[in-house]
Design a protein. Structure first.
Length: 475
């Protein structure tokens, strides 16, 4: 959303809304999606009248599901205030037995029950917080049980695992929903600081005028994580870092940086500008990609002993537009690394003189995407003292200081679903282009997966991708 609503603002919609959360007892729901619903509820930003139905294979009672949400909020958000919680829990139901085209489990009965309570013809929001391998089956079931008409459908990522599987899934989804009904979520686009990439650029001449190859030497999008894969082995081992993070979050953030100015800041213009530059991403050259796996990965419960899954990826991406010719976009992410961060760094070329900086100083504009976000400027200033010596200095603007009431990316994006704003969601055309650029990593030419030490910066070969600059964060 362009601006965060405050608690004084109205609910997302007057329209009664029934949310069906597929994968309601899964890891993603518990860590991110349910805390986001709770945050919206706490701020009075859910639709005026709503019900949330969790769906899963297990035989879970409504009360048990409510209890699980309470536990998840206590663990991943804040322990709910008891009075407030009661109001939330009263709107939450569970439908077990899975949901398939030939066997809907108890979902249709629970929907009928919820609709009777809502007392009108509610808008259904299908939220597919399930592994990508089950998108197809659930989409078919939605069609078979006639639940698509007038609804909205939120798909988690990755939406497809290759160009071919993307097209297959996309065709199926379009045979059930109109594109306007579909919200493909990429939560990096919902982060406060990610949205600042276009806002800061287009509203400050200092940055807008230097946002191009004439002034920038390279762009680094760096998302190292100290996390291992925790209890996500099933999802992770069939996905890997390149699909989980590169073709999804890192490509979308690269597109945010690389987009041409949109005609206006209207939702559809912004989305079109971001998504159309992806068509200019040059297909990755496997020789410019490093894949890695942390040493203890195969000891994780649920991971095959001979797994070849990548838990690290670093890539040099080229964008074939006039603005970006010759400027490498360096993308890096990995699990079990030495530090966690989410940084987009625009690294400026050195000036032509007369001051030549100390050699190890880098002039950079850095967007820190974590949490409430921050913007840093790294530059050379005069070292205080009698000599006219240059020194490196860094100044940070914490966005929480200017954005009272900021929300998590998930909260912000789910609000947009209710409000019908698709500007921060990925489009079909944009994802097709992303998978085209990503395709060389999936074939026979896929780079060999190199082992790296736990809590390190990943395989040393990744450093060579940056030429002489090095990764700003380290490694
Ligand atoms: C998810 C990935 O989409 O993003 C995870 O599946 C990753 O592997 C996570 O850890 C990082 O996002 P954030 O911003 O929530 O830390």
């Amino acid at each position: 959303m362009a601006e965060n609503p405050t608690s004084e603002q109205a609910a997302a919609t007057e329209q009664p809304t029934l949310i069906i959360l597929y994968g309601g007892t899964g890891d993603l729901a518990k860590r991110l999606v349910l805390p986001a619903f709770w945050e919206l509820y706490s701020r009075g930003l859910l639709p005026k009248r709503w019900k949330l139905v969790g769906n899963g294979r297990g035989d879970v009672s409504h009360e048990d599901f409510q209890g699980r949400i309470h536990a998840a909020l206590s663990e991943f958000a804040t322990t709910p205030d008891p009075e407030h919680w009661k109001g939330f829990a009263a709107n939450v139901l569970f439908a077990g037995g899975g949901f398939r085209h030939d066997n809907p489990g108890t979902l249709l009965d629970v929907i009928a029950h919820a609709e009777a309570d809502l007392g009108a013809d509610p808008t259904i929001v299908h939220y597919l917080a399930i592994p990508p391998s089950t998108f197809e089956q659930t989409t078919r079931a939605i069609k078979a049980h006639d639940l698509a008409k007038g609804s909205k459908a939120v798909y988690e990522k990755p939406f497809g695992t290759s160009l071919a599987s993307f097209h297959e899934l996309d065709d199926l989804v379009h045979s059930v929903f109109e594109e306007e009904q579909v919200y493909r979520i990429d939560h990096f686009l919902g982060k406060e600081a990610t949205q600042n990439l276009h806002l800061v650029r287009f509203s400050n001449r200092l940055f807008n005028d230097t946002w191009s190859r004439e002034h920038l030497a390279q762009v680094q999008i760096d998302v190292p994580e100290t996390l291992d894969i925790a209890d996500r082995a099933g999802f992770y081992d069939e996905t890997g870092a390149a699909l989980d993070m590169l073709v999804t979050h890192l490509f979308q953030v690269a597109a945010e940086v690389a987009m041409e100015p949109p005609i206006s800041m209207a939702a559809e213009d912004l989305q079109a500008a971001r998504e159309s530059v992806i068509a200019a991403f040059r297909p990755l050259d496997p020789a410019e990609v490093v894949l890695g796996q942390y040493r203890s990965y195969r000891e994780t419960e649920g991971v095959p002993e001979d797994s070849d899954t990548d838990t690290f990826v670093a890539a040099r991406l080229w964008i074939d537009t006039d603005r970006w010719q010759g400027v490498p976009f360096l993308l890096r992410t990995g699990k079990m690394m030495t530090r966690s961060a989410q940084r987009v760094s625009l690294i400026f070329r050195p000036t032509d003189g007369p001051v030549h900086s100390s050699g190890n100083s880098t002039n950079a504009l850095i967007f820190d995407l974590k949490g409430n976000g921050a913007i840093e400027i790294q530059m050379t200033v005069k070292k205080p003292g009698p000599e006219p010596l240059p020194a490196e200095s860094c100044s940070t603007l914490h966005l929480e200081n200017v954005s009272e009431g900021s929300m998590t990316a998930y909260t912000s994006l789910i609000y947009d679903v209710f409000a019908g704003d698709r500007s921060l969601f990925t489009s079909s055309a944009g994802l097709a282009a992303a998978f085209e650029a990503f395709a060389p990593l999936l074939g026979d030419e896929r780079p060999k997966v190199e082992l790296y030490d736990d809590s390190s910066w990943g395989p040393p070969a990744a450093t060579a991708l940056t030429d002489d600059v090095g990764w700003l964060l380290g490694g």
